[in-house]
Design a protein. Structure first.
Length: 479
């Protein structure tokens, strides 16, 4: 996504020349751009900083746009196979193989809790391709028996863990991954789809992979993306909506190392992302994009993750609630609707909001009285599932117009130790950036994590409010 390069960019050349006291270039001037030696390090630094700002802004726009793009798949996957094929075709996607249902999988009869149980997720997923991209979509629970089981699983205070057992010997770090605990119900549910999904993904080795799901489908998307990334060593981008927690701290750390490009979208007040977690310390993975009631990005200081919720909170979990918030997000990020140049998303908040949620959750569980269940007075049998007839989907969820799909920058190009690159003061690193002999068209492409580790920043230039404590160069403080 780092689309802004310097070669051939007349607008940026104009900026550089005007910074030197000149005026906008004419056609004749453009034929003889200044050489490397004619531009000072400070002028190059100014160009680099502007390019970085633009790159981060474009990254935020891509995060928002692809959130809407992936959410459409959480709607399409609700339909029957013929409708799915038609909807995908109408949007220039092609279904890979068949729609994957639990009845087609070897894992259909898996005992989740010691008894034969219906599938929690509604029993459906698909893999589809378009252009250079491949999407894996999981359906959220859509049947009464599956929803009842899902609620029982999510609100079970024991939240039974199990070791990850789908990692092959050939996977790097396989032994370490197999020691990690995840939620047993989600793990076993994912096994219903695993073989077919890996088969279909393997048929397209050169495509960029996206995985998505709402509610329990989001939990399955997390496990599937971990599985795909581990076994293929290919980058995977993940968007989940209203996803419950899947594993503990060790799983989060392993997952974020293996799948750094993961985004968790939450409507504020949705109770499902606040569970499970009581006797076992479950933690959310990924960057967090949380909306308030009007569809605006929630600041980290406003993030709450209390286990105390009410029956009236459950409507915030339904697809209609997410659709409304994402529609507002799309509108705010549409350049034609904006009268200023401010970014539509605060990219730094994606990380700090996720940290704030984990800290809020930890504190919330500390005040829950021992041996009590926060939701014990909620009549869960009265929590109904969202049922939308297939023929009503176009009415309930009018199509959202999407721009062409452009390649998105990887997280590791935008963040250095979880700090967005536009928050790092480059003026303190002139000597380390070695810009003097760098051609203009190489400035941004050469800018990488390896060349700008946080540990090289002077102490008085460290953005301490943006760097996690465990990432601070403590050896500097000791000296």
């Amino acid at each position: 996504m780092l689309r802004m390069t310097f070669a051939g960019m007349s607008g940026l050349m104009t900026m550089l020349l005007m910074a030197c006291g000149g005026s906008a270039p004419t056609v004749a001037v453009a034929e003889n751009p200044p050489s490397v030696t004619q531009l000072s390090v400070q002028e190059k630094l100014a160009a680099l900083e502007e390019s970085i700002d633009e790159a981060v802004k474009e990254f935020g726009l891509d995060v928002a746009t692809n959130a809407v793009r992936m959410f459409r798949h959480t709607i399409w996957v609700l339909a029957d196979e013929d409708t799915i094929k038609d909807k995908l075709a109408d949007n220039r996607y092609e279904l890979v193989g068949e729609v994957i249902r639990d009845t087609n999988q070897e894992g259909s009869g898996i005992d989740i809790w010691g008894v034969e149980s219906p599938p929690m997720s509604g029993g459906q997923a698909y893999v589809a391709t378009t252009g250079d991209n491949l999407v894996v979509a999981f359906r959220s629970t859509d049947s009464d028996d599956g929803w009842e089981l899902t609620l029982n699983v999510l609100t079970d205070i024991r939240a039974y863990p199990t070791k990850i057992d789908f990692i092959d010997d050939s996977v790097p770090n396989a032994k370490e991954y197999r020691k990690i605990n995840v939620h047993a119900g989600f793990h076993n549910e994912y096994l219903r789809y695993r073989n077919r999904i890996l088969e279909y993904v393997g048929q397209h080795p050169d495509k960029d992979i996206y995985v998505t799901g709402h509610s329990l489908g989001g939990a399955l998307a997390v496990l599937s993306s971990f599985d795909i990334a581990a076994h293929t060593q290919r980058p995977v981008t993940v968007y989940t909506f209203g996803q419950p927690r899947v594993g503990g701290k060790k799983f989060r750390q392993a997952y974020e190392e293996l799948v750094p490009d993961n985004y968790r979208v939450v409507v504020d007040g949705d109770p499902i992302p606040r569970i499970p977690g009581m006797l076992i310390d479950y933690e959310h993975v990924g960057k967090l994009l949380q909306f308030d009631g009007e569809g605006a990005q929630l600041a980290p200081d406003d993030i709450q993750s209390s286990a105390l919720f009410q029956l009236l909170d459950f409507p915030k979990h339904v697809l209609k609630s997410y659709y409304a918030s994402l529609r507002e997000l799309q509108s705010s990020c549409d350049p034609s609707n904006s009268f200023d140049s401010d970014p539509c998303l605060n990219v730094g908040w994606l990380v700090t909001a996720a940290d704030a949620e984990r800290e809020s959750s930890r504190k919330a569980w500390q005040v829950v009285p021992k041996d009590s269940i926060p939701w014990e007075n909620i009549p869960l049998d009265q929590v109904t599932i969202e049922k939308i007839p297939v023929d009503k989907l176009p009415t309930e969820f009018p199509e959202l117009k999407m721009p062409p799909w452009t390649k998105m920058a990887p997280v590791r190009k935008i963040f250095v130790d979880n700090v967005p690159i536009d928050a790092i003061p480059l003026d303190s690193l002139v000597d380390k950036l070695e810009l003097e002999d760098t051609p203009l068209d190489g400035l941004l492409s050469d800018f990488s994590v390896d060349k700008l580790p946080v540990g090289k920043l002077p102490l008085d230039k460290l953005p301490l409010d943006k760097i996690p404590v465990d990432k601070l160069p403590l050896d500097k403080f000791r000296k």
